[in-house]
Every structure is written in C-alpha cells, then in structure tokens.
Design a protein around this ligand. Structure first.
Ligand code: NI
Length: 174
C-alpha cells in the first residue's frame, strides 16, 4: 500500500537546494515504492505535479498527472534524471505549487517542451508536449534545481506572495 508523504512548504532548505541524480543502480523496488507514494501524495493534495524535494528527498525525480485538456492529451509519467532538450514559444497563466498552499500567480513559461528522462524501470523516454504539460514539466524540473515558482514571478507578484506567506506564517496557517 502506498503511503502519503508530508509535503514541505517554502522555505524549507531542501526546496532551495540542487537535487542529485539518481544513481544507475537506484532503479530498484525502493524507487518504485517511493514513486507510488509520490503519486498518492500528489493526487491526495489535488496537484498535477510533485517533485521529490517537496517531500524532503533531494533526488532528481518528479511525477506528473495531467488530465486531458484543450491543449494537451492526458499525460501521466514519472521523470527520473530528466533533461530539457528543447523549449519554444511562450504561455502566460496562473500557476500554483503544493509547497505554496493558497498562492496562485501568473508565471510566464515556454509553450512547448521536449524532454528526456528515465521511467521507474530505468527505461529512457522522450516527451514532446505543449500547454499545461509543458508548464508542469518546467515547474517540476525547476524544483530539482532548487528553483521555486516564486523565482519566476514578476517582482511585484513575488513581493505580494512573500507578504501573504508571512501573514499566513504568523497565523500559524503555513
Ligand atoms: Ni511546485
């Protein structure tokens, strides 16, 4: 049975650290179990993407589960040691993050992403996606580099968000 993991909130240090690649011999049953736990944790929290550092594990792993939408087919996948191969275009839209509960702000991202990664079995795969799936991959891949979506906002929205976080922290709601 998969178990729910605790999602860490900004500014936990692990969220601001560069994660390390999974070793070649790391594709073991433990990884499979961890990934199942991540999917459960993400679904339970109502997210479409979750990166390992968000649950305190500083390895280059993220999961995503994008429902079918106007601009994208359903995409459910685990990305281990991902590489962004190509980006193009631009999209603007509100973004959220499970490590920033209640914060939704516009973030500019590329419209299309081509990425390569390994699945839980260690098999390499490539995706070529647009829209929400592209946004999600870029957001989650940022987590692996210790970059949070706060860093991608306009200065104005960043200040607004930081003030809101401070207020929530003071009230013990963060
Ligand atoms: Ni996030």
């Amino acid at each position: 049975m998969a178990e729910r993991l605790r999602i860490l909130h900004y500014p936990e240090p692990v969220l601001l650290s560069v994660a390390r690649p999974l070793a070649e011999d790391g594709f073991d049953p433990g990884l499979r179990e961890f990934v199942e736990n991540m999917f459960l944790t993400m679904e339970d929290a109502g997210g479409v993407g979750l990166a390992a550092p968000q649950v305190g594990d500083s390895r280059r792993i993220f999961v995503m589960d994008i429902p079918e939408g106007d601009d994208t087919p359903a995409t459910r996948a685990t990305f281990v040691n991902p590489t962004i191969l190509h980006v193009e275009g631009e999209q603007n839209g509100d973004e959220g993050c499970l490590s920033f509960p209640g914060i939704f702000q516009p973030v500019r991202r590329e419209m299309r992403v081509v990425a390569r990664a390994f699945d839980v079995a260690g098999k390499e795969f490539e995706v070529d996606v647009t829209g929400l799936a592209a946004r999600c991959i870029l957001h989650e891949n940022d987590h692996l580099d210790g970059i949070v979506f706060l860093d991608r906002m306009s200065a104005l929205k960043r200040d607004l968000s930081k003030r809101k976080i401070k207020r929530l922290q003071k009230r013990g709601e963060w």
